[in-house]
Design a protein around this ligand. Sequence first.
Ligand code: NAD
Length: 250
Amino acid sequence: MTPFADKVVLITGGTAGIGRATALAFARAGAAVVVAGRRAAEGAAAVAEMETAGGRGRFVRADVAEEADIARLVEDTLKIYGRLDFAFNNAGIHLEHGPITTLTSDVLQRTLAVNVGGVALCLKHQIPALLASGGGVIVNNASILGLRPLPNCAVYNASKAAVISLSRSAALENARAGLRINTVCPAVIETDMTAALRDSSDLRAQLLALHPLGRFGTAEEVAGAVLYLCSPAAAYATGVNLTVDGGYGI
Ligand code: NAD
């Protein structure tokens, strides 16, 4: 089944983890996928994976902390595929593992530049392209920590709360134009970002206890939520924060 045939999707941070799993899911569902990231070898591997699955994809190098890269990414997407129907603003970083009293200026600035600035500037450049293509859907990758913070990563928590707020503001601004904008809010997902936490003998049991389903999530489970939000089944959903969290937020 190819429910996204003839659709074009742009995914930031698509070279690994949740972004890569979502790229593959969209490709399998018939969409043409532009995978954006900083690492060409991983980008080529993501494209090869989509092609092996019978899909279409291209890698475009872009650092979401650089507005010029984002502008060029959207331009390149339009040049390659002629339109833009969906965007998944997924690129993000988690640099802190300690109380706010240990925060450094570098970590503060880098986290805000990538997690908040990256999403804000992607919205700025993607929205006109989506509107010119007749509307569409943007999904931003926030986190359950944007709704229910954990200690020892205050700036990450705040950056994800900002993603939720940016999404709701942009959803209001663009609702009448036929553009829906939502977030996914995952809890702990089995990707490189959480490998050290999940492997820590001290933390693993504590973290698992926060998830009523009794396990961590998979990147494919977040991808499923993103495809749902982009599908006609979610046609009346905008400004929504879809938790994909094994019950963490209950
Ligand atoms: P990951 O580290 O496996 O992947 C992150 C991707 O973003 C990588 O491809 C990385 O290269 C890319 N990226 C980072 N900085 C970038 C930049 N400046 N420009 C372009 N690309 C950049 O992590 P993941 O778990 O797949 O995380 C994806 C998103 O999901 C992040 O926004 C993260 O905050 C969010 N999230 C993850 C979890 C989790 O438990 N893994 C939970 C909630 C939210």
